[in-house]
Design a protein around this ligand. Structure first.
Ligand code: CTP
Length: 405
C-alpha cells in the first residue's frame, strides 16, 4: 500500500482525546494525517498537541486558510485519500446529513470527492434518538461509511451504545477502506480517470408484488453491480447506484437510491439523468402481476391454485437507449444459460446498447464471488477468463475510463 493521506476531522466531544491516539496509529502505519478541529473539538484537544503528533499544520477555521491560492478548502478536501470524521458527534453528523457548510469541517465534508468514514461517539440517548438514527441512515445512503459505536460505560455515567470504538479498530477500518479503492485502478488507468463523469449503475433484483407478502423476482445478489459501482467511484466518477432489494453495504463514495419494483427502478433511473455512462447490471423482472392484491391471497380450500395474470415490465435499458437523454456510453448485462455469446450479440443490437457484458449463469454465478464474462460491442467480442467479481468490476471500470480518455 502506498502511504495513505488522511484528512482527520475532529468533532467536539470528550472522545476527541482518542483522536490523538488515532493520529499516532496512522503515522505508525505509514500514513500521513492532516487534522481539522471544529470549534467544539478545541475545548477537548489543542491544535498544538495534534500539530506535534501529526507533524503537519492543523486547521481550525475557514478563515485561517489565509492564502486560498496556496491551500484552499477545496484543495484541502481533495488532496487526501480518505476523510475520517472522529469523533463524529450528533451535531456534526446532522450537519453532514443536511449538507450544511457553516464552518471549516462541514465545508470540507461537502467539498470533498473522497470516501468519508464517520466514527460516531456520543451519549447513548443522543445515539438512539430518532433524529440521529435518521441522519446516520441518510449518510449511509449518501455513501458515507458510518461505524457503529461501541457499547459500554460512558464518560457521562450512562451505559449503552455511543462509545467511540478503540483507535486500533478504527485504524483497521481505515486500512480496509483504503485497500479497496486504492487497489481498484488497473494498470495504466489513473485514480481520477473518471473525475467529473456521472455514472449510473443499476443492480440487484426487482421485486414485483403479487400481494403484500409474495413477490416475483429474478435471482440476483447485487454483488457484481455493487462491485462495479465501487470500482467506478474509485476512478473518481460520481456514481448513482439504483438498487433493488439486496443485503449489501453501500460502497464508499457512492450515492444509492433504493427501489423495489421495475417501474420504480425505471423512474429512479430517469430521475438520475443526465449521466455520461449507464451500466445496467440489475436483473430486472420481465413480468409483474397484472394486479397486486391489497390483502394476502388466501387458499380457498378447493385445492385449485389462483391464476396469476402477468403484465410485461418496461425495458429500462431499451428505454434509455431510445431516450433523447441517452448516456454517451450505455452498457447492458445479459445473463444467459446457453449460447451466451450469440444471445448477447442479438441482445446488444435489439436493445441498442453500446456494450453487452454477457455471462453464463448456468453454473453457480448467482450469489457467488466469480464470473466469466464476454464483452460484446459493435467491434466484436472480447472474452475474459473466470475472474473474481471485484476484478471484473475493476477491468470494466478501466475499460470505461479508456473509452472516455
Ligand atoms: N433490463 C432492463 N429492463 C428490463 C429487463 C432487462 O433494463 N425490464 C436490462 C438488464 O439490466 C440487463 C439487460 O437488460 O442490462 C438484459 O437483461 P435480460 O433479462 O438478460 O434480457 P431480456 O430482456 O430478459 O432478454 P431475454 O428475454 O431474451 O433474455
Amino acid at each position: 500500500m502506498i502511504a495513505p493521506r488522511i484528512l482527520l476531522i475532529i468533532g467536539g466531544g470528550i472522545a476527541a482525546y482518542k483522536a490523538c491516539e488515532l493520529v499516532r496509529l496512522i503515522r505508525k502505519g505509514g500514513g500521513s494525517v492532516r487534522c481539522v478541529l471544529t470549534e467544539g473539538a478545541q475545548h477537548f484537544v489543542t491544535p498544538m498537541s495534534l500539530a506535534a503528533l501529526s507533524e503537519q499544520e492543523v486547521h481550525t477555521s475557514l478563515w485561517d486558510l489565509k492564502n486560498e491560492t496556496e491551500m484552499g478548502h477545496i484543495q484541502l478536501s481533495r488532496e487526501a485519500d480518505l476523510v475520517v470524521v472522529c469523533p463524529a458527534t450528533a451535531d456534526l453528523m446532522a450537519k453532514m446529513a443536511a449538507g450544511m457548510a457553516d464552518d471549516l469541517a462541514t465545508t470540507l465534508l461537502l467539498a470533498t470527492d473522497k470516501p468519508v468514514l464517520a466514527v460516531p461517539a456520543m451519549n447513548v440517548r443522543m445515539w438512539l434518538h430518532a433524529a440521529t438514527q435518521r441522519n446516520v441512515a441518510r449518510l449511509r445512503d449518501d455513501g458515507v461509511t458510518v461505524l457503529d459505536p461501541d457499547d459500554g460505560a460512558m464518560a457521562c455515567g450512562e451505559f449503552g451504545p455511543g462509545r467511540l470504538p478503540e483507535p486500533p479498530f478504527i485504524w483497521a477500518e481505515i486500512e480496509k477502506l483504503l485497500d479497496k479503492p486504492r487497489s481498484a485502478p488497473a494498470a495504466g488507468i489513473k485514480g481520477g480517470a473518471l473525475a467529473g463523469r456521472h455514472v449510473l449503475v443499476t443492480a440487484g433484483p426487482t421485486h414485483e408484488a403479487i400481494d403484500p407478502v409474495r413477490y416475483i423476482a429474478n435471482r440476483s445478489s447485487g454483488k457484481q453491480g455493487y462491485a462495479i459501482a465501487e470500482a467506478l467511484a474509485a476512478l473518481g466518477a460520481r456514481v448513482t447506484l439504483v438498487s433493488g432489494p439486496v443485503s449489501l453495504a453501500t460502497p464508499a463514495g457512492v450515492h444509492r437510491v433504493d427501489v423495489e419494483s421495475a417501474r420504480e427502478m425505471a423512474a429512479a433511473v430517469e430521475a438520475a439523468l443526465p449521466a455520461d455512462v449507464a451500466v445496467m447490471v440489475a436483473a430486472v423482472a420481465d413480468w409483474r402481476a397484472d394486479t397486486s392484491a391489497g390483502q394476502k391471497i388466501k387458499k380457498d380450500g378447493s385445492g385449485a391454485p389462483p391464476t396469476l395474470s402477468l403484465a410485461e415490465n418496461p425495458d429500462i435499458l431499451a428505454g434509455l437507449a431510445a431516450s433523447p437523454r441517452r448516456p454517451r456510453l450505455l452498457i447492458g448485462f445479459a445473463a444467459e444459460t446457453e449460447k451466451v455469446v450469440d444471445h448477447a450479440i442479438a441482445k446488444r443490437a435489439r436493445k441498442d446498447a453500446d456494450w453487452i457484458v454477457a455471462n453464463d449463469v448456468s453454473g453457480d454465478v448467482m450469489g457467488g464471488d466469480s464470473n466469466s464474462v464476454h464483452i460484446v460491442s459493435r467491434d466484436g467480442v472480447e472474452s475474459w477468463e473466470n475472474l473474481a467479481k471485484a476484478e471484473v468490476a475493476t477491468r470494466l471500470a478501466a475499460r470505461i475510463a479508456d473509452a472516455f480518455s
